[in-house]
Design a protein around this ligand. Structure first.
Ligand SMILES: [Fe+2]
Length: 241
């Protein structure tokens, strides 16, 4: 089991506050059966440089490696990535491939929380065709409410991209957005797009804790174990595993 989207590295963004919290989150991931955690701290181009971000991420990774080395049990493996927030012109920005996950050309892209425009569409298209990146849109369920005009949404979804949904959005009891409407959207979307990824998008040990277990149970109950097998297979493909 792979948690594709987490803010588990200590002290780098609004996720885990320190090594103690990171350790507790890793233990919880392990308890739920997770063997690989993709660490995806927020990257905002208007607030930080790629070099500065990668330096801070390396430090946080080093601290996390120390937790794993000192642990009595085998904690999940960590692969470093980023959750890169959209900015205008990113389709042409040379440094973007450096933010891909591990050694892959897979980029976790956080889209704008507003009506998407032709410019947004063009940038995503450029990331794929000019920068040759494999794009995974982070938590797609969180943008739909901002799309009054669905035209660009539909055209983005038609691009050769991959989509990620937060595990909590499938389970009403354990979600960041706990509304039935959101759960229904996610289940319907998964029914039509079985090749997507899920992640906990965990930030801490309470309000946004690792929750793949509950999300997967909700998916299995609604769509069967086969749906989880497809998610797992697709996840391995985008990670070159
Ligand atoms: Fe996130």
């Amino acid at each position: 089991m792979i948690d594709f989207h987490t803010h588990i590295l200590p002290g780098i963004d609004d996720g885990s506050r320190n090594v103690q919290m990171t350790e507790a989150m890793l233990c919880e991931e392990k308890r739920q059966g997770v063997v690989i955690v993709i660490a995806t701290p927020h990257f905002y181009a208007d607030r930080m440089s790629v070099d500065g971000f990668l330096e801070r991420r390396a430090e946080a990774l080093e601290k996390t490696g120390e937790i794993r080395r000192q642990s009595d049990t085998a904690l999940p493996e960590i692969i470093a990535g980023a959750e890169v927030y959209y900015f205008q012109g990113m389709g042409q920005a040379d440094a973007i491939p450096r933010l891909c996950i591990g050694e892959t050309n897979t980029l976790l892209l956080e889209m704008p929380f507003e009506q998407w425009t032709e410019t947004v569409l063009k940038d995503v298209r450029d990331l794929i065709s000019k920068q040759h990146l494999r794009i995974v849109l982070a938590h797609i369920e969180r943008y739909i409410g901002f799309q009054k005009n669905m035209d660009i949404w539909n055209r983005v979804m038609d691009l050769p991209i991959h989509k990620q949904i937060n595990a909590g959005s499938f389970s009403r009891k354990d979600g960041f957005f706990m509304k039935d409407r959101k759960k229904k959207f996610c289940m319907d979307f998964l029914r039509k797009n079985p090749d997507l990824m899920i992640g906990s998008d965990c930030h801490n040990t309470d309000s946004r804790r690792p929750n793949l277990e509950a999300g997967r149970a909700a998916i299995a109950a609604a769509l069967g174990e086969g749906a989880l097998a497809k998610i797992d297979a697709e996840t391995r493909v985008v990670l070159d595993l």
